[in-house]
Write a protein that binds this ligand. Structure first.
Ligand SMILES: NC(=O)c1ccc[n+]([C@@H]2O[C@H](COP(=O)([O-])OP(=O)(O)OC[C@H]3O[C@@H](n4cnc5c(N)ncnc54)[C@H](OP(=O)(O)O)[C@@H]3O)[C@@H](O)[C@H]2O)c1
Length: 251
């Protein structure tokens, strides 16, 4: 069965690079109209041209309420509605023990990774999804599932996003479905220090599937969750990590 999104209209935040661009491209190829959002106009323009299928772009910081509101409005106007929202943009400004984090970086991580997905979902719900239904897909991380020596602050926000997903899924059912995808290590700029060079080969060996993830691995899961084939799936976390989280304890 080929999954199709014909006639559906989607916003993908963080759609100019990495996983978000992969999702936007897969949505467009499956027949959806897509608006991508990120901060830098030049990168957005290039990405929209690469995605094709009349992909539109709007520059906005996801954490800024006024920008989010005007972007959702403009996207709904342009596409004639909104069926799919992908909350993919995230920030990871701090690496180190949680006990030492400074409050500005703590607050920024929460603002972009937890508050923004809530805000965008509220805007989509109030503008159209409460009447016409829809599918919200939050991009979490396997970092939500386990403590980390240096990524605890980021992991905590992704754990909060899992809870937010479940809570909103319960509140918005049966009109809107809300799910979260938890990727393992994906070869994007965001995680470059974790996979570039020989380090990547070492990490790949820890994955039962013996390779690191690509944006397409997440994009195909997003197409499924956005499609009518997933119409009875809501409030779930879908781990897409080459089996990393179920590896033998001994490695
Ligand atoms: N890569 C991994 O290994 C991995 C693993 C688990 C989970 N994830 C999650 O996957 C998602 C995407 O990550 P990625 O690896 O694809 O990252 P990426 O390649 O760095 O892309 C991030 C995207 O988000 C945009 N962005 C960042 N901050 C933004 C903001 N405040 N407002 C608007 N747009 C913003 C960036 O564009 P601008 O900079 O131009 O704004 C870019 O389009 C994130 O939620 C991340 O936590 C990634």
């Amino acid at each position: 069965m080929e999954l199709r999104l014909d006639g559906k209209r989607a916003i993908v935040t963080g759609g100019s690079r990495g996983i978000g661009k992969g999702i936007a491209k897969a949505f467009a190829q499956a027949g959806a109209q897509v608006v991508i959002v990120s901060r830098k106009p030049e990168t957005l323009q290039e990405a929209a041209a690469e995605i094709g299928h009349d992909c539109h772009w709007i520059a906005a910081n996801v954490g800024d309420y006024e920008s989010a509101a005007s972007t959702v409005e403009a996207a709904v106007e342009r596409m004639g509605g909104l069926d799919i929202l992908v909350n993919n943009a995230a920030a990871n400004p701090y690496a180190g023990p949680m006990i030492d984090v400074d409050l500005p970086r703590w607050e920024k991580t929460i603002q972009v990774n937890v508050t923004a997905p809530l805000m965008w979902t509220q805007l989509a719900w109030r503008r159209t999804m409460n009447q016409h239904g829809g599918s919200v897909i939050n991009i979490g991380s396997v970092g939500a599932l386990k403590t980390s020596r240096i990524l605890g602050v980021y992991g905590m926000t992704k754990a909060a996003l899992v809870y937010q997903t479940e809570q909103l899924a319960a509140e918005l059912a049966p009109t809107v479905r809300v799910n979260t995808i938890l990727p393992g290590l994906i070869k994007t700029d965001f995680a470059r220090v974790l996979w570039e060079g020989e380090r990547g080969d070492e990490v790949a060996k820890l994955y039962p599937m013996k390779r690191l993830g690509e944006p397409d691995d997440i994009a195909t899961a997003a197409v499924y969750l956005a499609s009518d084939a997933a119409s009875w799936i809501t409030g779930q976390r879908l781990v897409v990590d080459g089996g990393g989280t179920i590896n033998f304890a001994e490695g």
